[in-house]
Each structure stands twice: as C-alpha cells, then as structure tokens.
Design a protein around this ligand. Structure first.
Ligand code: HXC
Length: 257
C-alpha cells in the first residue's frame, strides 16, 4: 500500500509513524485509519521491528475524527458500516507503541493517543473530548479510556464541557507518562522506544498484555493471569539467555523464542 496520509520510517528496530495531513490538523479520515491499520499490521509482522512511535506535527497530533467526512452520515450508514470499529485493529497491535503528542489531541485524536501503550507529551500538548460541542460523544473509546486513565471526575468534566487539558495537568492526572520540551519530543519518544526495543521481544509483549489485563479483570484474576504468563516465559530461550547474561555480566542476545 502506498501511504498518502501517514509517513512510515523504520529507525533501527523502531518504526516511526507520522500522521501527515497538516492542512486539516491531522484530522483522522477513513484513509488515515486504513493506512494506520496497514502500518501497524506491518510493524507487528516485521521481526526486525520491536517498538513503534506514533506522532503528528507540532501543531496537532490529531484534531479529531474528520468532521467533514462524518457530517452527512446518518444512523443507518454509521451502524451498517460499524463506523470507527476499524480502530480495534490498531489496538490489536501486540508489540508496544508510544504516542508522542504535541499540540492538539482532540476527540478522536485524544482517543488514538490513549490507544497507545503510553503517551509522551510535548509541553504544548492539549487533550480534549470536545464531541459534545458537535452534538455527539466520543466514539473511539474515549469515554472508557479517559475515565480509566484519569478517573470519573475529570473525565466527566472534560466530556461534558469539552474543555482542553494542558500537558502539565495531563501529567498530574496520569493521562501521560511524561512531559518533555516540544523540540525534543520525537527524539525522547524514539529514545524510550529504543530502550523497549532492546528488551526481549516476548517479555515486551507479555508485559504489555498483563498491564492491559488490569483493565479487563478483577485483581485476583489479573494476578493469576500475570503469574501464568510469568511461568510461561520460563519456557523460552530468552529467559535462559536474559538470566545467564545477568550472571555472566554481559548483554543479552535475545532470540524472540
Ligand atoms: C476536519 C478539521 C478538523 C476536524 C480541524 N480541521 N479540525 N477538519 N475535522 N476534526 C480543519 C479546519 O476545518 C481547517 O480547514 C483546518 O483544519 C485548520 O483548522 P482551524 O480551525 O482553522 O485552526 P485553528 O483556528 O487553529 O483551530 C484549531 C482547533 C479547531 C481548535 C483544533 O480546528 C477545532 O476546534 N477543530 C475541531 C476539533 C474537534 O471538535 N475535534 C473532535 C472531532 S469529533 P480549512 O479547510 O478551513 O483550512 C471526533 C469524534 C469521534 O473526533 C467520535 C464522534 C462521532
């Protein structure tokens, strides 16, 4: 597939994906969705790639779903096409990926950022779910992921008023892992992704799976899930190699098996 709305650049073991519709503030139309689905599937399938970074530009990570594309839709067409359900293919990515957010992350933009395993924000980042101002609601998981990330009070306030949250508040609230200077955002996100890329690939997927399980299960069940995956890793060469490398004071040579 030739990409028109995103840029995909492998940087060593890290795939950098950039949403590239600057004139529309990176509004997420169906083409962007299709291309992101392809890019994340290719990243997941490529054994040389271990972590990805999704970013936008300095003004906008993404200012939302494309309002112009949606405005003429009716219930029947939205329901029949199961509009937005394609994003579940993006969230099915098994390898870790980071959202590097500068500028506006509004509506669908905030929702896509929250689909990432974590967010690193530039100092000018602005997060919001302003769909209520358009007479609708979040539609790509925002009401659920935002509430899990920052709690009911702030999520409800943001969804009901449509107000934006700046980077400092987003960090205080637990929405983002870290805030960094705008000019070093992509570099910092790539550096963090490279750290993850140096870990054993099986352990990376297992860590991601078990942290995500915390949002799907009760505590006791989640702990059993964690322990089983932990036990399972003792059936891998990477566990033998990782522990031997520690004892022998050398760098581990991961095989991914
Ligand atoms: C389509 C968009 C867009 C969007 C911006 N643009 N956001 N096009 N969909 N979500 C376009 C504008 O129409 C304009 O195109 C160009 O990008 C620049 O935008 P401006 O508004 O001129 O820029 P600025 O004055 O700097 O204001 C920035 C902004 C504003 C505050 C971010 O653009 C804005 O409020 N955008 C909409 C944000 C929003 O409501 N997002 C949620 C979308 S709904 P032209 O051609 O005029 O230059 C959503 C829903 C998910 O995501 C589920 C619901 C069903």
């Amino acid at each position: 597939m030739t990409y028109e709305t995103i840029l995909v650049e492998p940087r060593g073991a890290v795939t950098l994906i950039t949403i590239n519709r600057p004139k529309a503030l990176n509004a997420l139309n169906s083409r962007v969705l299709d291309e992101l689905i392809q890019a994340f599937a290719a990243f997941d399938a490529d054994e040389s790639q271990r972590c990805a970074v999704l970013t936008g530009n300095e003004k906008a990570f993404a200012a939302g779903a494309d309002i112009k594309e949606m405005s003429d839709q009716g219930f029947a067409s939205m329901y029949a096409s199961n509009f937005f359900s394609g994003w579940e293919k993006v969230t099915a990515t098994r390898k870790p990926w980071i959202a590097a957010v500068a500028g506006y992350a509004l509506g669908g933009g905030c929702e896509v950022a929250m689909m990432a395993d974590f967010i690193i924000a530039g100092e000018n980042a602005q997060f919001g779910q302003p769909e209520i101002k358009l007479g609708v609601t979040p539609g790509m998981g925002g009401s659920q992921r935002l509430t899990r990330a920052i709690g009911k009070a702030k999520a409800m306030e943001m969804c009901l008023t449509g107000r934006m949250m700046d980077a400092a508040e987003a960090e205080r609230s637990g929405l983002v892992a870290r805030v960094v200077p705008l000019e070093s955002l992509v570099e910092e996100a790539l550096k963090t992704a490279e750290t993850i890329a140096r870990m054993g690939p099986l352990a990376a997927i297992a860590n991601k799976e078990m942290v995500n399980a915390a949002f799907e299960t009760g505590l006791a069940q989640g702990i059993v899930f964690e322990r089983r995956l932990f036990h399972g890793l003792f059936g891998t060469e990477d566990q033998k190699e990782g522990m031997a490398a520690f004892v022998e004071k050398r760098k581990a040579d991961w095989k991914g098996r």
